[in-house]
Design a protein around this ligand. Structure first.
Ligand code: ARG
Length: 269
C-alpha cells in the first residue's frame, strides 16, 4: 500500500513539473512578441489630448481608439499604460514594452533606434502664447523663454532655430507641465504639436491664450506606432493600418476626435 502511494505521488510530481515548465514556456513566448501571445504592452504619455489623456483613470483619445482598431485587425489585444515619455522610450528600446503610442513623430534620429509603422497622422509644431503676446511667428521666439516637452520635436524645432544649449528653452517632463509653466508665467510660449495646441486653447478659454501658426519655420511631421528595431509586429500592423484606412474605420475614429474628414489618401502606403 505504501509503495503504491509513493508511485502515484512520483507520477503526480513528474506531471506537475511537466505542466509547470510548459506554462513557463508559454509566458516566455508571451514577452517576445511571438504569435502565441496576443496581449501587447503599450506605453504612452497621457497628457497629450486629444491623442492620449486620462479620463476616469483610463487612457483615452484618438491614439487609443486607433491602436485598438489596428491591433484588433492584426489579431492582437493591447494593454495601454501611462508610463510617461522616457519610460516608454526606454521600454520599447529594451523590449520590456511592445509598443509606444503617444503621437510619436517618425524622424531620422528615432529611426536609428526604433521601427515605426507607416504614418497615421500629419502634424506640425505650433506656438501657444498669451493672447496679448507680441509673438507673430517662430522667429519672434528669439530671446523669449520657450516651454517644450523634453525629448520631443517641439524641443528639436526650437533648438534648430535658437541653438541646442539655449538656456531659454525650458524642458518639461510632460506636455501638461509645459502648459502649466505658461500659466504660471515661467515661460512666454509653448511649442507643441498643432492639434494639442489647438485643443488646449479651445478647452481653456479662461487662460487667455492663443495659437500661432508658422508653416515657414516649422515643417510637417508624421506620427507612427513605435516598435523596437526589427519587431515582427511592424509588418502586421502596417497591413492592418492600411486595411482600416481603406475600410472607413480610420475615418470614423478621426471624425469622432477631430470632427472633420481626414485626408486618407496621403496616409495610405
Ligand atoms: N510629436 C512629438 C514628438 O514625437 C510630441 C509627442 C508628445 N507626445 C506625448 N504623448 N506627450 O516628439
Amino acid at each position: 500500500m505504501y509503495k503504491m502511494t509513493a508511485k502515484i505521488s512520483m507520477v503526480l510530481i513528474v506531471c506537475c513539473i511537466f505542466i509547470l515548465s510548459a506554462c513557463g514556456q508559454g509566458s516566455k513566448e508571451a514577452n517576445s512578441n511571438g504569435s502565441d501571445n496576443k496581449t501587447l504592452s503599450v506605453g504612452t504619455e497621457a497628457t497629450f489630448a486629444p491623442f492620449e489623456f486620462m479620463k476616469k483613470g483610463k487612457v483615452t483619445g484618438f491614439d487609443v481608439d486607433l491602436l485598438n482598431a489596428v491591433a484588433k485587425e492584426a489579431g492582437y489585444e493591447v494593454k495601454i499604460k501611462n508610463t510617461g515619455w522616457d519610460t516608454m522610450m526606454a521600454g520599447v528600446q529594451d523590449e520590456s514594452i511592445d509598443i509606444g503610442m503617444a503621437g510619436i513623430t517618425i524622424n531620422k534620429k528615432r529611426l536609428k533606434t526604433y521601427d515605426f509603422s507607416h504614418p497615421y497622422f500629419e502634424s506640425i509644431n505650433m506656438i501657444v502664447a498669451p493672447k496679448d503676446s507680441p509673438i507673430e511667428n517662430a522667429k519672434d521666439l528669439k530671446d523669449k523663454r520657450i516651454g517644450v516637452q523634453n525629448g520631443t520635436t517641439g524641443q528639436m524645432a526650437s533648438e534648430a532655430l535658437f541653438g541646442e544649449n539655449n538656456k531659454n528653452i525650458l524642458k518639461y517632463e510632460t506636455s501638461a507641465m509645459a502648459f502649466m509653466a505658461l500659466e504660471n508665467g515661467d515661460v512666454e510660449a509653448v511649442v507643441t504639436d498643432y492639434a494639442v495646441a489647438k485643443e488646449y486653447v479651445e478647452k481653456n478659454p479662461d487662460k487667455n491664450v492663443k495659437t500661432i501658426d508658422d508653416r515657414t519655420n516649422f515643417t510637417p511631421e508624421y506620427y507612427g506606432i513605435m516598435f523596437h528595431k526589427d519587431s515582427k509586429l511592424k509588418a502586421k500592423f502596417d497591413q492592418a493600418l492600411n486595411k482600416i484606412l481603406d475600410d472607413g474605420t480610420y475615418t470614423e475614429i478621426y471624425k469622432k476626435w477631430f470632427g472633420t474628414e481626414p485626408d486618407v489618401d496621403t496616409l495610405k502606403a
